[in-house]
Design a protein around this ligand. Structure first.
Ligand SMILES: Nc1nc2c(ncn2[C@@H]2O[C@H](COP(=O)(O)OP(=O)(O)OP(=O)(O)O)[C@@H](O)[C@H]2O)c(=O)[nH]1
Ligand SMILES: [K+]
Ligand SMILES: [Mg+2]
Length: 365
């Protein structure tokens, strides 16, 4: 283990010397990604254990995790948002395990996870860091909690810990294809101008993975890291909100600056300031789809929507959530709402639903 850690450090040192050429840098990045994976694989010995999260059952329609340095106010936030009890104290590492709570918001049940504080080096096995970040990987959205009176550099440190564990924040999966072949060498094409990658760099990265025959097509200005992410796989792309807590401790001028930053949400958990704003943002970032069911001849049930994710929201997904045999009996559906062209529109099971649509399923007789 220590040798892997040492290798990582050596590469990071070499990287920071910044003398390397683009393709050499690409090679270093690939080596680094491979070593990190080695470190996180279950076979790895010692160093805080493998990438196993806390054993908390998933429940509800979505899972949101609170991640941050110690004593930034994660537990205070959980208590105020969910009414669940998690111990709060002025000393660091008060929370030692994962404490779940539930928020019912706009008819959706959102599981909120309070997690132990992480420190720099968490991804490499310091403290309970790996367990925390493994659990974070199971979330649909992460709230990075920052302390308004602590240095702003903390944000970047937390991001690096999550990135080191394959979590990509507020980022779309790279729009590039990588196809392994049996022969033909490295074939690199791009539909746009590339400022980061050239054939040499791509070849250096591929050779590190012992891949000498592959078709690589870029559809945007991808970086070496993006290519490595695609080759490595198992990356998780997740929305992230930066909740800057303890704003009762800063000036109005400072608050105005924070308020303008993208993905930021200033709050005071203790004084319950802007918790509604935070919930609104969580809702926005989760991008859930509420579907109201309308039984034949009756009004829609607006109290208890079926909650679908933004990626799985066809009529078929809806049917599967209602009853396992629903699809067998499915004839067509009537849809009212923003996804419908008429009121109602008759649709098949491939139809994509929108938030707050009303659906009536017509069964075969
Ligand atoms: N001034 C101020 N203090 C706060 C606020 N929220 C939390 N605190 C205080 O910050 C300290 C740490 O709060 P916790 O909720 O225990 O923080 P945590 O992030 O869960 O800490 P660990 O579990 O140790 O990682 C406590 O003394 C809280 O009372 C806030 O909005 N304003
Ligand atoms: K604490
Ligand atoms: Mg805590």
């Amino acid at each position: 283990m220590s040798t892997v850690m040492q290798k990582i450090k050596d590469i990071e040192d070499e990287d920071s010397k910044n003398k390397a050429t683009a393709h050499h840098l690409g090679l270093l990045k690939a080596k680094l990604a491979k070593l990190r994976r080695e470190l996180l694989e279950p076979s790895a010995k010692g160093g805080g254990g493998a990438g196993q999260g806390f054993d908390v059952t998933k429940s509800g329609d979505a899972r949101v995790g609170l991640v941050g340095f110690p004593s930034v106010g994660k537990s205070t936030l959980l208590n105020k948002l969910t009414g669940t009890f998690s111990e709060v104290a002025s000393y660091e590492f008060t929370t030692l395990t994962c404490i779940p709570g539930v928020i019912v918001y706009r008819g959706a049940k959102i599981q909120l996870l309070d997690l132990p504080g992480i420190i720099e080096g968490a991804k490499d096995g310091k403290g309970r860091g790996r367990q925390v970040i493994s659990t974070a990987r199971t979330c649909n959205c992460i709230i990075i909690v920052l302390d308004a009176i602590k240095p702003i550099t903390h944000k970047r440190l937390i991001e690096k810990e999550l990135e080191g564990f394959g979590i990509r924040l507020n980022k779309e999966p790279p729009n590039l294809t990588f196809r392994k072949k049996d022969k033909g060498g490295i074939n690199f094409t791009s539909t746009v101008t590339n400022t980061h990658l050239d054939l040499d760099t791509v070849k250096a990265i591929c050779s590190e993975y012992r891949m000498h025959n592959a078709d690589i097509t870029l559809r945007y200005d991808a970086t070496a890291d993006d290519l490595i992410d695609v080759i490595e796989g198992s990356r998780i792309y997740m929305p992230c909100i930066y909740a800057v807590n303890k704003i009762d401790q800063i000036t109005l001028e400072e608050l105005e600056i924070l308020d303008k930053l993208p993905h930021y949400c200033p709050v005071s958990a203790h004084l319950e300031w802007n918790l509604d704003g935070l919930l609104d943002k969580v809702w926005e970032y989760l991008n859930l789809t509420r579907i109201y069911t309308k039984p034949k001849g009756m009004n829609p049930d607006y109290e208890d929507p079926v909650i679908l994710s933004s990626k799985k929201r066809t009529v078929e997904d809806f049917c599967e959530r209602i009853h396992k045999d629903m699809l067998k009996q499915f004839k067509y559906a009537l849809v009212w709402g923003s996804s419908a062209k008429h009121k109602p529109q008759r649709v098949g099971k491939e139809h994509e639903l929108e938030d707050e649509d009303v659906v009536q399923i017509i069964k075969k007789v």
